[in-house]
Design a protein around this ligand. Structure first.
Ligand code: ADP
Ligand code: MG
Length: 482
């Protein structure tokens, strides 16, 4: 078994020794001090288990989750409203690899916005690409539709001004990474915002129309030929060069997945599609909403309660980059509440600020292999004004590890659920994109280890399809042009 378990006892001892050393209020006699120290040590043993145990998900727990996950998939294919997962129809199928020409894509993720120009060579080869990245402002995320789509149109304008267009009209694919109801490939209405977006006037409206309005105002002659989800884009980008790819997976600001499903299994589909397989955008971040399927911890419940969308996207809140750092912070707050951390933590005003412990801090903490964890020390002091002991930093490193590994196990179980449902556990590729998968130390390894534990005869290859979400949208746009 991995280092997590084999080291556990040592680490616990370490943490306990450290906590026993945490400042004890000066009081009368030596005997009293001794007694209170003993008491502290005993109660700390239980408290350690209190926070940690529910995070260490077992194979049996994950096997049960797979069953629940598959039954939710089935329900979602019958109707869009009967399951926690929407299982949205994308009206897209795998590309042939013969699509050819110059296409554009807009990729609206969660943190960044990208404009891409892509050359497809038509022989399963993606040629040259040009990319430009822009940061989405808080006003655009939380303001009006005009602000958000105006910002996107302005970025396109900026991009085009640096490009020599090969024709007067741009054919583009629009990756819009939020749940959308689609009845055809080139339009779709936003069902509800996720990932901290609250822009007014978009929910219930066709996002392609909103974008076209802003294009017209700016006299940009672009045709949005395809609306895609990031997960569908990621899968399609891989499929263009690799026909063993059956699944797309996002582990970034949010989490989601898609896979290729037989049209005959999509009972809710009312026609309008003439191929045998269609890619289903699962919206798996919502798995478990309104049910008891997920093993939620106290930290998960706290995070959810104070989030922008309580009760929603519960699976995403256990896995994705927007939330992992906040889970760590919730655990720290709980330890502070129970006097398990020293004054450095308990008196930090900055630590009280939601989302102040960023997910990238987990990467930094886990990557610090110095004996005194000096990088972590610097981070705590500079970003959170926390003066810490070595033992506390070791405990923090352990918390980061446990939170990250749980996310990897949940992701692994969900991948196995999908691939076993479509009977494709062997020689299959999953295209993955997102900062969590890319950066968190040991995340991929824990996913691979857990997939093997859950499905021992499987051979599932996870490939990082960087920028796949945008490239895929350009490829989907290309599939509409012949
Ligand atoms: P998006 O999901 O917005 O398309 P990315 O796929 O690039 O964007 O993922 C960005 C997310 O990845 C950030 O929101 C953050 O949560 C996470 N992330 C970024 N850098 C790191 C890092 N060094 N370690 C862990 N997670 C990171
Ligand atoms: Mg993305």
């Amino acid at each position: 078994m991995s280092s997590l378990f084999s080291n556990l006892d040592d680490k616990k001892k370490f943490a306990l020794l450290g906590l026993a050393g945490v400042s004890v209020v000066a009081v009368g006699t030596y005997a009293y001090l001794q007694r209170s120290k003993e008491k502290r040590e005993t109660s700390a043993t239980h408290q350690e288990d209190d926070w940690e145990k529910p995070f260490n998900l077992s194979v049996d727990q994950m096997k049960q989750m797979i069953k629940d996950f598959q039954s939710e998939m089935d329900k979602g294919l019958q109707s869009t409203t009967s399951s926690s997962m929407k299982m949205l129809t994308s009206f897209t199928s795998k590309p042939t690899g013969k699509e050819k020409g110059s296409y554009y894509a807009l990729d609206l993720g969660g943190t960044n916005f990208r404009v891409i120009k892509l050359e497809l060579q038509g022989n399963k080869v993606i040629g040259a690409s040009v990319k430009q990245q822009y940061t989405i402002s808080q006003e655009a995320m939380r303001g009006t539709a005009e602000q958000l789509f105006g910002f996107i149109a302005d970025c396109i304008n900026n991009f085009i001004s640096t490009e020599k267009p090969s024709s007067s009209k741009f054919v583009l694919g629009f990756t819009f990474s939020f749940p959308v109801n689609q009845t055809k490939i080139s339009s779709g209405t936003l069902i509800s915002w996720t990932k901290g977006f609250t822009t007014k006037g978009v929910e219930g409206n066709d996002v392609v129309k909103l974008l076209n309005n802003e294009f017209q105002k700016r006299r940009i002659s672009a045709e949005v030929a395809a609306l895609a989800n990031d997960t569908v884009g990621t899968m399609v980008a891989r499929c263009y060069e690799d026909d063993t790819c059956e699944m797309g997976l996002i582990l970034g600001t949010g989490t989601n997945a898609c896979y290729s499903e037989k049209v005959s299994n999509i009972k809710k589909l009312l026609g309008g599609f003439n191929k045998d397989n269609m890619i289903i955008n699962m919206e798996w971040g919502a798995f478990g909403d309104g049910t008891n399927f997920l093993p939620l911890t106290k930290a998960d419940k706290q995070l959810d309660q104070f989030s922008l969308n309580p009760g929603k996207q519960l699976f995403e809140k256990m896995i994705s980059g927007m939330y992992l750092g906040e889970i760590v912070r919730q655990i720290l707050l709980d330890l502070v509440d129970r006097n398990r951390l020293s004054k450095g933590f308990s008196s930090s005003e900055l630590l009280k600020k939601a989302y102040c412990f960023e997910t990238s801090f987990i990467t930094l903490t886990e990557n610090d292999n110095s004996s005194e964890l000096t990088e972590v020390q610097k981070l705590l002091e500079e970003r959170l004004a926390i003066v810490s002991t070595v033992k506390e930093r070791q405990l923090l490193k352990h918390i980061c590890h446990v939170v990250s590994q749980r996310a990897a196990r949940l992701s692994a179980a969900a991948v196995v659920a999908v691939l076993s449902k479509i009977n494709r556990l062997q020689k299959v590729t999953v295209a993955v994109d997102g900062g969590v998968f890319e950066h968190l130390p040991g995340f991929r390894e824990e996913m691979e280890r857990f997939m093997k534990l859950l499905a021992p005869s499987s051979s599932i290859q996870l490939v990082l399809q960087k920028d796949g979400s945008g490239n895929g949208a350009a490829i989907i746009a290309a599939t509409t042009q012949n």
